[in-house]
Every structure is written in C-alpha cells, then in structure tokens.
Design a protein around this ligand. Structure first.
Ligand code: ADP
Length: 408
C-alpha cells in the first residue's frame, strides 16, 4: 500500500511543504507560501508532480490562512489529498533543546515544550509551533511528528558540548552547544556510508553542509560527536549572512567604542555579516563571478570562507583520529567546485585530495571527487532533509500505531 507523508517547514513568514510518496521516494507535490503576515500580497506556488504549477497572489494574514490556501491548491491542482494514503505529517522544528533527542509524536504537551524552547530559538520555534498548530487542526486524524534540527547532535560528548563558562549560566540558562542541520547531517552521513560500502556504525566522516547557513559535523560510527554550530546557528563556519566564529569579546568591545547594544550586534552578526558583509552579496554564485572578474573583496571573501572550512577539517580530523571520507552537501557543497577545491587545498598529508577533473565535472548526483584509491575519499552527496523528515515521521507513526494496537 502506498504511504504518503506531508512535510511542513514553517518559518516566521513562510511555509514550505512537500507531499512525499515513500514507496518510490517521490515528490507528489512541493510548494511554498511566502510573505505571510505582511501587508503586501503574499505568494503561493504549488507544484504537483503531474500537471502544471498553480500560483496564487493573495494576502495571507497568518499561518492558518496560508494553510487554507495550501489545502485549496491541493484541491485545485492535485494530488487529491482525500485520495492519498496520508500516514503522517512531519514537521521540521529547529530547536529541541535538551528535551528532544528523537523525532517525537506531537501532543499538547510536546507542543507546549516546543513553545517553551522559544528562548533558545526566538525566530524559529514560535513559527514552527504555529505551523504545527494549524496543521493539526487541518489533519486531526493523522499523527503529527516533530523532527528536530538539533536531535542528531544529542550524542555529542560533554567535552564537545560544554562551554567553559560560569556554572549558573550552564545550569540555569541551558548554555551549551546544541548544533543544527542535524537532519541533513544524519541523512548525508547514512548515504555516504552506503556509497563507501560500509555500515554506518563503522564509518567516520567529516560532513560539510554548506548552504546559506553552513555547518561542519564530525560523525563517528554514525553518531554526531562534534559540530560547528553552538547554542545558536551563529557559531562556526562563515555563512551567507552570519559571521561564524569570532572573539567573544567583540560585542563588549563594540558596546564600548560604538555604543551598540546587544540586540543590534546580534542582528548584525546574524543578518548583515558573512559573505554579505565581505562582498555585498550573500550568494556564493555572485561572489564567484565577482572573483573571476578580479574583484579583490570577492577573492578575500572566498579565501576567508575556505580557510575556515579547512581549519575545521583539520580540527575534526584530530577529533575523529580516523576519517573514512569528507563529504560536501547543500547548495554550495553540491555545486561549487571552486570552494570544494580551495577548502581541501594542502591537506594531502592527511590523505585528503581532490581530483580536479572529477571535481569540475558537471553532475548533480552522489559522486566521488577524490582520485582513484584515495586514502580519504571526498564525496558530494545531495542532501534531502524533507525525505529524511518523512522517513523519520513514518517510523514514529508506525511505532505509535503498533503501540496503540498493543494497548487495545
Ligand atoms: P539554504 O541553506 O537556504 O537551504 P541552500 O542549501 O539552497 O540554502 O544553499 C544556498 C546557497 O547555495 C546559495 O546562497 C548559493 O550561494 C549556493 N548555490 C546554489 N547553487 C549554486 C551553484 N550552482 N553554484 C554555486 N553555488 C550555488
């Protein structure tokens, strides 16, 4: 029997969704509603696998209206949700704090916990929770499962997740490294082990998720043991608009010399820094083009970006001791051969090298870009967070159905 899953990723002003048929791992429909809650007209784009795209421009006052519009889009252009075997609804939730280390069946208590974690993810968790709330109303008879971006990193050992700060900050305010992009790192690590012909439990990997947000993860025997994002997604690699690592004294310095308050600095480090600050664009494609045209800022930005990645690879090599592969994923990692080549430059002594021809070859699938017989293979593995959410959601939903049947 076909098993279909709806996956929702609700942001503060947008909802992305996919209907996934798990038997064939196929997209039955994908869509996006943007500009929710704004005064200007929002946009809905719905793309069924069969048939033509369906677009609406309208004002979506809140997430409930956006969800009504999504349901209308399914009705108008298919597939017919009433005719699908919807077994679960999976929700991406950014922060699971220290409460959630697994995908979790949502009930009122879980939803309240997600809301309570708002202090840790003020932009994301409230939007995720609102998305869950309206979707539960729309699909009351289907299990809803929360899949947390932080969950895969719950296996970090204390030595990796502890910040050396006063005990009260750690105990009272939950200050520690959590890590993000967990769903992507988990999916990519499993695919990479399969490509290497190894069991995940026997595979050590350095995974580089380089998208608009970017993070590195050291995976030991299929488990995350170190990751570059911390309490929030700001720490670590240079990103589209985030600075990544910097001296923790910077905010106090700016307060002293420029009179900036914490809120202003936080906003600048998250939204106005990274590639955007160095070049005027947060899109690496623009930066690459400018660099080719001899732009000095763009050259520096790519050097800074790749230097940071290289530094993390060295660090994670030391953490893991033995590395079976370095894996690139997400928008930049999957597409940008310049970044992949520069980030790995000079690592031959670690057994890591790139075959230039393989690296440059056009292609979009899973592939090796290291020379034949390399000591540490280098892979490109396209990420698929929605598929991972769908599969985790179904695993939880079928577990809960079994559980209910045993209770009955
Ligand atoms: P998000 O983190 O928003 O999911 P993506 O994983 O889609 O982002 O990555 C977005 C980034 O990927 C863009 O900013 C862009 O710089 C980069 N990117 C996407 N396609 C390409 C490409 N063909 N070549 C180089 N960079 C690309």
């Amino acid at each position: 029997m076909a098993r279909d899953v709806l996956v929702f990723n609700a942001g503060s002003s947008s909802v992305k969704y996919q209907l996934i048929g798990l038997e064939q791992r196929e997209r039955l429909a994908t869509g996006l509603v943007g500009r929710i809650g704004e005064n200007a007209a929002g946009e809905l784009t719905h793309r069924p696998a069969q048939g033509s795209p369906y677009e609406v421009r309208d004002r979506f006052a809140d997430h409930a209206q956006a969800l009504d519009a999504i349901l209308a889009a399914f009705k108008a252009s298919g597939p017919d949700l009433a005719g699908t075997d919807l077994v679960a609804v999976g929700h991406r939730v950014v922060h699971g704090g220290d409460r959630f280390d697994q995908p979790t069946l949502i009930d009122d208590a879980v939803l309240a916990d997600i809301r309570e974690l708002t202090a840790l993810a003020p932009l994301h968790n409230p939007a995720n929770a609102t998305g869950i709330e309206v979707a539960r109303k729309a699909f009351p008879d289907v299990p809803h499962i929360a899949v947390f971006d932080t969950a895969f990193h719950r296996t970090l050992p204390p030595a990796a997740y502890t910040y050396a700060v006063p005990r009260e900050w750690r105990d009272r305010y939950s200050l520690r490294r959590y890590g993000f992009h967990g769903t992507s790192h988990q999916y990519v690590a499993r695919q990479a082990a399969r490509l290497l012909g190894k069991a995940p439990q026997e595979t050590n990997l350095i995974v580089l998720h380089l998208g608009n947000g970017a993070s590195a993860c050291a995976v030991e025997g299929g488990r995350s043991v170190e990751t570059s994002m911390g309490l929030t997604p700001l720490e670590g690699l240079v990103m589209g608009t985030r600075s990544g690592d910097l001296d923790p004294a910077v905010p106090a310095y700016l307060e002293r010399v420029a009179g900036f308050d914490a809120k202003r600095i936080d906003h600048a480090l998250n939204q106005e820094s990274g590639l955007l600050a160095l070049t005027g664009s947060n899109d690496l494609r623009d930066v690459g083009r400018a660099r080719e045209n001899g732009d000095a800022d763009a050259r520096l930005a790519i050097d800074v970006y790749c230097h940071r990645i290289r530094k993390y690879i060295g660090a994670y090599y030391a953490v893991l001791g033995r590395v079976d592969a370095v894996v690139f994923t997400a928008g930049v990692g999957e597409n940008d051969d310049l970044v992949r080549g520069l980030a790995l430059r000079g690592l031959e002594r670690l057994g890591i090298a790139v075959d230039e021809q393989r690296n440059r070859a056009a292609g979009s699938g899973e592939r090796f870009i290291s020379p034949e017989g390399a000591e540490v293979p280098v892979l490109v593995v396209p990420t698929d967070e929605e598929l991972e959410i769908a599969e985790q959601a179904v695993a939880v939903a079928s577990g809960s159905r079994q559980h209910n049947a045993e209770d009955a």
